[in-house]
Design a protein around this ligand. Structure first.
Ligand SMILES: C[S@@+](CC[C@H](N)C(=O)[O-])C[C@H]1O[C@@H](n2cnc3c(N)ncnc32)[C@H](O)[C@@H]1O
Length: 231
């Protein structure tokens, strides 16, 4: 059954043992205050009814022709996204334009919600699983956020707006889809108003290297990785 990314079972991440392990790792890697902040943030989201839980996608309603090419939903945490953005800023020669942030394979909207709070003017998510997109819409509404949009679409069909500045991939799909997304980015490049950077978390393919300037690779203490590119 589990032959493709799409069929991967990630539900163990919602279990108490996994969460406790995460808590201990965070204490070990980040110390007491950041861990308490993280727990506080989770409690805040729980109270608001915001759902960023891990979810398998093989039984969800997926649109488009790439149903078997996507990965299960694992949401990006705010701390991790903040770290990625500050690591990107550290390698740039000039301040990052926090214009539009796009998340390809945006799940329940965690990264687009965090990116808005981090200071991007507008954030856009593209998600091919209807149920996850619906949850993203609910999460955005519960937090009463403006200029945070989730679109129900296959990533390969999305053409980024000309004022995009950061594009985020959190290992959403394999290279069949990535190749098509890259083609759209290459076609749109001449219209971009500012420098555009890509953050590719937990990369599962390296075809971005063929098309864009690879600026840096980082492996974090948790084992997560990030690759930073300039279009
Ligand atoms: C690892 S999760 C990342 C979620 C989100 N980016 C975050 O960081 O919180 C990958 C997501 O990509 C979505 N996905 C997979 N293939 C896709 C495609 N072809 N088009 C749009 N979304 C896709 C999955 O449904 C899943 O929600």
């Amino acid at each position: 059954m589990r032959k493709t990314h799409t069929n991967a079972d990630m539900s163990h991440q919602n279990g108490i043992t996994y969460k406790f392990g995460e808590f201990l790792n965070s204490l070990n890697e980040n110390g007491v205050s950041p861990t308490i902040r993280k727990v506080g943030q989770r409690v805040y989201y729980k109270v608001k009814g915001v759902d960023f839980s891990t979810q398998n996608i093989y039984d969800l309603t997926r649109t488009g022709e790439h149903k078997e090419h996507g990965t299960a939903l694992v949401s990006t945490s705010k701390d991790f996204l903040s770290k990625l953005i500050s690591d990107l800023e550290n390698i740039l020669p000039k301040p990052l334009d926090k214009n539009v942030f796009i998340d390809y394979g945006s799940g329940k909207g965690a990264a687009i919600i965090h990116a808005k709070k981090i200071g991007f003017k507008r954030t856009i998510g593209v998600e091919f699983a209807k149920e996850l997109h619906d949850t993203a819409l609910e999460n955005i509404q519960k937090l009463n956020l403006k200029n945070v949009d989730s679109f129900y679409a296959d990533a390969s069909k999305h053409v980024p707006p000309t004022d995009v500045s950061v594009i985020y991939f959190f290992n959403p799909f394999d290279e069949v889809v990535m190749e098509k997304v890259i083609q759209n980015l290459v076609n749109q490049k001449k219209n971009f108003k500012n420098d555009v950077y890509i953050i590719y978390g937990n990369a599962s393919c390296d075809i971005l290297k063929k098309h864009f300037e690879h600026m840096k690779h980082i492996t974090y203490p948790s084992g997560a990785t990030a690759d930073f590119y300039k279009i």
